[in-house]
Design a protein around this ligand. Structure first.
Ligand code: FHN
Length: 501
């Protein structure tokens, strides 16, 4: 099985596992050619099998919310767009170029005085997420601008200083938990306006003192979050790429240990820290540094073999790249509900969770385009959610019709490409003990489709085929799901003579 224990050969601090060595999110991982002694490597070593991690594997669909002061400008200021001057809407504080307003960073750093989301209602958001089929959500407690949405004791730059005043993180955790949705907290390590933060490695005594203060501050805030919101399931770390953090491997190793001691079932992805050689996500021997791969941001693996059996999530924006509120979507390709369903099914078909991002506005409303997608995706999930939640990779030959998922003896095929001839031909490895024996279309009256064994007899073919006939009367205007039961084959494939040439 793909989700089996994987990295468990350890002798002292030296790892003897011939596994992925390069943290690559764009292709299969490379095998290590030599093994190193790693002192500040993984604290996990194997796919965890506790309740929290099993729940993580079953989520299928999640919601990401990027919310903070950047929601007020919404990627523009006084009618001038930041589109070509800021990397993304939530990066607007770093707006550069001729269109950027004078003293922009100072203007931005004072925006919190206007942050008053009078329409914010965590219960409403949570109900929407539930109706969409999300089983977990990730919420930005603090993005790169450093503004904390909870009343942290460790920085004055927090929600209590805004006109809104109330603890937004608490409202989110309580609101989503009440709907049965698990909450993970997004936390940016890097902070643009913190005088103690620096991206380079501190070199002078003064810099070292300041950066140490920053490290302690980070530790304090994380422990504070764990204590304030004990029902959270994990942290989703970000902003960990600067050299200052990379060189703090002793500190980050100890901190991860401490966080895991406070909450032993805490889930932490691979972005939190690196080993002593600066290897991020995976240590120098290719061992995952956390509970799941956290590098699939706006991208997906092409094949399950790229994942080496690791748990993972894919986080995705609706606009091309923009996580915080973006008032103006015009002129951008924004993903359609069909796009999102396909990305979702591709992710879950390879054992990943798909997490769709929302960037609400400064008053507490979702973008109207997000409301449409949430509604349409929810309608689809209501019918087809069983092919998304608590499913696993199905070990069947790939097909161009769409994506397989499996739950016990039930095989799902999400049909993205419906064939003109109405025949969905399922390839099955010859002599398989489990083949599709019946089929239906979820959410339709077509509950007993014809399933025919097609022993085509292609020479040298490793597969035999099961044809599922989709009735012409079945009208589909979106991707649909075939639900099939697996059972013993009723007939064997005939053994044909290989052609002599
Ligand atoms: O810089 C951030 C970005 O603003 C956003 O938060 C995404 C979400 O995954 N993470 C960072 C880039 O990797």
């Amino acid at each position: 099985m793909v989700r089996k224990f994987k990295y468990n050969l350890m002798l002292g601090a030296l790892l003897f596992s011939a596994l992925s060595v390069d943290a690559q999110w764009t292709g299969p991982k490379k095998k290590p050619t030599e093994l190193k002694e790693v002192k500040y490597g993984s604290l996990v070593f194997a796919n965890r099998t506790d309740v929290a991690m099993e729940a993580f594997r079953n989520y299928g669909l999640g919601q990401f919310i990027h919310w903070g002061v950047y929601a007020i400008p919404g990627n523009e200021w006084n009618g001038v767009s930041a589109r070509n001057g800021a990397a993304a809407s939530e990066w607007i504080r770093a707006w550069k170029g001729p269109a950027a307003p004078n003293n922009w960073a100072t203007i931005y750093d004072n925006l919190y005085k206007q942050f008053n989301p009078i329409y914010f209602d965590a219960k409403r958001w949570a109900k929407q997420a539930k109706a969409m089929g999300a089983k977990y959500m990730i919420f930005t407690t603090k993005h790169h601008d450093g503004f904390a949405l909870w009343p942290t004791k460790y920085s004055p730059y927090n929600i209590t200083k805004s006109p809104y005043k109330k603890d937004i993180v608490k409202e989110i955790v309580d609101g989503y938990n009440a709907e049965g949705i698990d909450v993970f907290l997004y936390f940016s390590i890097l902070e643009w306006n913190n005088p103690d933060y620096m991206s380079k490695v501190p070199s002078t005594d003064e810099e070292k003192t300041r950066y140490n203060k920053f490290l302690q501050y980070t530790r304090n805030q994380l422990i504070e979050l764990l204590k304030n919101y004990p029902t959270i399931k994990g942290f989703w770390f970000d902003g960990t790429w600067d050299q200052s953090w990379i060189k703090s491997h002793e500190f980050t190793y100890a901190l991860e240990k401490e966080l895991r001691t406070i909450k032993p079932d805490l889930i932490i992805g691979s972005r939190f820290r690196n080993d002593e050689y600066g290897k991020r996500h995976f240590d120098s021997n290719g061992v995952l540094l956390g509970d799941y791969e956290q590098g699939w941001e706006r991208k997906l693996p092409e094949d399950i073999s790229w994942l080496d059996g690791n748990d993972w999530d894919c986080v995705m924006t609706i606009p091309p790249n923009g996580w915080g509120y973006m008032k103006d979507w015009s002129g951008l390709y924004t993903k359609t509900t069909d796009d999102i369903i396909e990305l979702l099914m591709k992710s879950v078909s390879m054992n990943g969770n798909f997490v769709l991002n929302f960037g609400p506005d400064g008053l507490g409303n979702m973008h109207p385009g997000e409301d449409v997608i949430a509604k349409e995706l929810g309608e689809w999930m209501k019918v087809n959610g069983e092919a998304v939640h608590a499913v696993r990779y199905a070990d069947f030959p790939k097909t161009n019709y769409g994506y397989y998922t499996q739950k016990g003896k039930t095989l799902y095929l999400t049909v993205v490409n419906r064939p003109n001839n109405g025949v969905i031909r399922i390839p099955v490895i010859k002599n398989s003990k489990e083949v599709p024996v019946n089929a239906l279309i979820l959410g339709s009256s077509f509950t007993d489709l014809l399933v025919k064994h097609a022993d085509i007899g292609y020479d040298l073919d490793k597969n035999t085929y099961y044809d599922v006939i989709i009735p012409k009367e079945y009208i589909s205007n979106r991707t649909f799901v075939l639900k099939m039961q697996l059972g013993e084959p009723r007939v064997n494939s005939s053994k044909l003579m290989d052609a002599k040439m």
